[in-house]
Write a protein that binds this ligand. Structure first.
Ligand code: UT7
Length: 328
């Protein structure tokens, strides 16, 4: 039994923050941002709206596209590092508000690798035969943890969400394989210093701006280039896939230079790489499903997709998917 994607949906909020807008906020410029990252603009959720707002829209859309009632969903998994609250999980809120009242639900925290971790987890629940419809959502309101006075991070991130429905199939399509890694030693280069149990929120932690993303760009960049390219090559070799076999690389959108390095290592040409970092920036758990959503109409049954990611933790991985349907 395989788990196959039967619907895909995405959502970005309407408000846009452009490079020109950022030039007025910090000492940066459009040329630097574009040449170092590939980003032109990103979308931001309104103040007072939580990550679940985007996840609810995604789950509603998924059910509508699949032509099912939300009540038919068995399980909702939400990958996020910007949950609405510390608890309950954002997946609980999404399930309730989207009407998936027969589902159980939980969150996964694996930063930018969240969607791949969640997709792999969700597919196991299908492959056991126990569940028939699993919704896997990646959603992040990165603007809620970004310091808009720090030019080294505020230009990178945006808000967005995407997701898929997984269902069982006897055909040789679906989530064929995945390879996932974690290295906790990477934590020091990319994390949120306060707000967890080590350092709960206090006046001091807020004044020290420790509730925002802390990132040392260079070490993360080096680890990301190696990690994402290595694991993409590894999953291809393991499954005897040549670059000609690959229809699309679906990379996490953190930096265009990291994406290019991964594509080069795989021997995949630029026209086979899903790239939307220019419009959305890095939406953390949202990037990969947002790519699938944007490219859905071009995908054909049997297309081989390599999903690849690297993020905070460190966490990284790749998945091989055989697309399960022709889009109308
Ligand atoms: O998805 C989660 C995983 N995260 C990633 O994969 C991100 C990985 N890291 C990166 O993508 C890159 O390291 C960055 C885009 C964050 C930075 O690019 P970089 O080429 O590594 O730049 P850098 O940090 O080496 O900085 C080069 C220069 C510095 O100035 P000096 O010291 O050479 O004078 C920075 O202060 O660029 C300066 N700089 C900026 N200048 C204009 C840093 N940020 C900016 C900015 N605008 N926004």
């Amino acid at each position: 039994m395989n788990a196959v994607i039967t619907a895909v949906a995405g959502y970005v909020p309407p408000k846009i923050l452009s490079n020109k807008d950022l030039e007025k906020m910090v000492d940066t410029n459009d040329e630097w941002i574009k040449s170092r990252t590939g980003i032109s603009e990103r979308h931001l959720l309104e103040d007072g709206e939580g990550t679940s707002v985007m996840g609810i829209k995604v789950l509603e859309d998924l059910c509508e596209k699949r032509g099912i009632s939300p009540k038919e969903i068995d399980l909702v998994i939400c990958a996020t590092v910007t949950p609405d609250y510390q608890f309950p999980s954002t997946a609980n809120i999404i399930a309730a508000k989207a009407g998936a009242t027969n589902a159980w639900s939980f969150d996964i925290n694996a930063a930018c690798s969240g969607f791949l971790y969640a997709l792999t987890t969700g597919s196991q629940f299908i492959e056991t035969g126990k569940y028939k419809k699993v919704a896997v959502i990646g959603a992040d309101k990165m603007s809620s943890i970004i310091d808009y006075t720090d030019r080294t991070t505020c230009v990178l991130f945006g808000d967005g969400a995407g997701g898929v429905i997984l269902e069982p199939t006897q055909e040789q399509v679906g989530v064929m394989d995945s390879i996932l890694y974690t290295d906790g030693e990477g934590q020091k280069h990319l994390y949120q210093k306060a707000g967890g149990s080590v350092k709960p929120a206090s006046i001091e932690s807020v004044e020290a701006r420790e509730h925002y993303v802390y990132q040392e760009g260079q070490p993360v960049f080096k680890a990301a280039v190696t990690g994402m390219a290595d694991v993409s090559e590894e999953i291809m070799k393991k499954n005897n896939l040549s670059s000609e076999d690959v229809s699309y690389l679906v990379p996490h959108q953190a930096n265009l230079r990291i994406i290019d390095a991964t594509a080069r290592r795989m021997g995949v040409s630029k026209d086979k790489v899903m790239i939307n970092i220019d419009k959305f920036g890095n939406t953390t758990a949202g990037t990969i499903p947002l790519c699938l959503w944007e490219w859905e109409k071009k995908l054909k049954k049997g297309d081989n997709l390599i999903l690849a990611t690297f993020g905070g933790g460190f966490t990284w991985g790749a998945a091989w998917i055989k697309w399960g349907y022709d889009s109308q």
